[in-house]
Design a protein around this ligand. Structure first.
Ligand code: KG4
Ligand code: ZN
Length: 331
């Protein structure tokens, strides 16, 4: 067995994930223990329960990833582990497990920024992203636009001033009585309604920054005024506002910074509405559209393993005391 394989570990929020990925982005295995059922009744992620569930799942999840890849720990070249941002308890479970395994297997352990993992996720199991690229990252915790000259050269163009779009989706889902995480359910409901409510389109005419808290409040106020408003029409109107803002900002970024590709990553990149809108926009502007396959849009460890390859030249070769480089994966 060649040693050109990396084990990625992700535990920043409510999924315990482990994956084995080669240097070309081929995913040999990906195991995820999801905690959705544990958090559903709280309407959001309950950090203490998340930490406890990670403690229970992390070793079985890693064992499953190694077994499915048909390798053992000593066949690996390195371990990459999410070092943040995220919930501190869940992060510590992943970091300490990775550190222990690295010491036991004599492997370098590299800390990876979770967002860098998302930014690299469009390269998993498909043709490589063409650079320079405009990247829209839309997740539960973050929303920003960046320009990437290469996998390692990332310049932030604009981010949200308040909530992320995923958070707005989840809160609107809760207002409509949908279980956490509301994002996919809001999209499905929206597809059956009409965008008949004129919700705001925050910062539409203004630069490359985002704001979603006002839109969230507008939905809440509308539901207070008219609790019997058809939920599907509320969802459709909310999604329409989000899409208009996200796609207008992508268009503006691509016009200001001509690029070869538009890349959209993070949990909300799973949205069929966003995928369809991005396809129309990229066709119109003549840029390549790079979307991760659905399973790599939401949190996973394959993206962490792939991002680890970018740092491997910085890690010392395995030696008596392996390098635990848990602080380098920033962007
Ligand atoms: O990237 P991710 O899995 O975790 C974070 O790093 O935050 O993103 C999770 C977010 C949640 O807000 C979830 O509701 C949203 O992604 N999401 C979606 C869809 N699938 C997941 N939002 C809209 N449409 C979807 N199909
Ligand atoms: Zn994420």
């Amino acid at each position: 067995m060649s040693r050109d394989l990396i084990l990625g570990i992700e535990s920043s929020c409510d999924d315990t994930a482990a994956a084995v990925v080669d240097a070309d982005g081929k995913v040999l295995s990906s195991a995820i223990a999801t905690q959705t059922a544990i958090h559903a009744e709280w309407g959001g992620v309950y950090p203490e329960f998340a930490s406890r569930a990670h403690v229970e799942s992390i070793i079985p999840t890693i064992a499953q990833a190694l077994a499915e890849a048909k390798i053992e720990g000593r066949d690996l070249k390195a371990i990459g582990v999410t070092r943040g941002p995220g919930l501190i308890g869940p992060l510590l479970v992943g970091l300490n497990t990775a550190a222990g395994l690295g010491l036991g297997w004599n492997l370098p352990v590299i800390g990876i920024n979770h967002l860098r993992g998302h930014l690299r996720s469009a390269d998993l199991e498909q043709k490589r992203v063409r650079y320079p690229a405009i990247v829209l990252l839309v997740s539960g915790g973050h929303t920003f636009l960046a320009r990437m000259e290469s996998p390692g050269a990332i310049a932030l163009l604009g981010s949200t001033r308040d909530d992320s779009v995923g958070e707005a989706y989840d809160k609107v889902g809760r207002m409509l009585g949908l279980e956490y995480p509301g994002g996919p359910k809001v999209d499905r409901l929206a597809a059956t309604g009409a965008a008949s409510f004129p919700f705001p389109r925050p910062l539409l005419g203004d630069g490359l920054e985002f704001s979603f808290s006002g839109l969230k409040s507008a939905v809440a106020r509308q539901l207070e005024r008219a609790p019997d408003a058809p939920p599907a029409d509320i969802a459709a109107s909310f999604v329409e506002s989000c899409m208009t803002v996200l796609l207008t900002k992508c268009r503006r970024a691509l016009t200001r910074f001509p690029s070869a590709a538009l890349v959209i990553v993070g949990g909300v990149a799973a949205s069929p509405q966003l995928r369809a809108g991005a396809k129309a926009l990229s066709d119109e502007l003549g840029v390549e559209l790079c979307l991760p396959p659905l399973r790599w849009s939401t949190d996973n460890a394959a993206m962490i393993a792939l991002a680890t390859w970018d740092y491997l030249p910085l890690a010392d070769p395995p030696r008596a005391v392996p390098q635990l480089n848990l602080a380098i994966g920033d962007y």
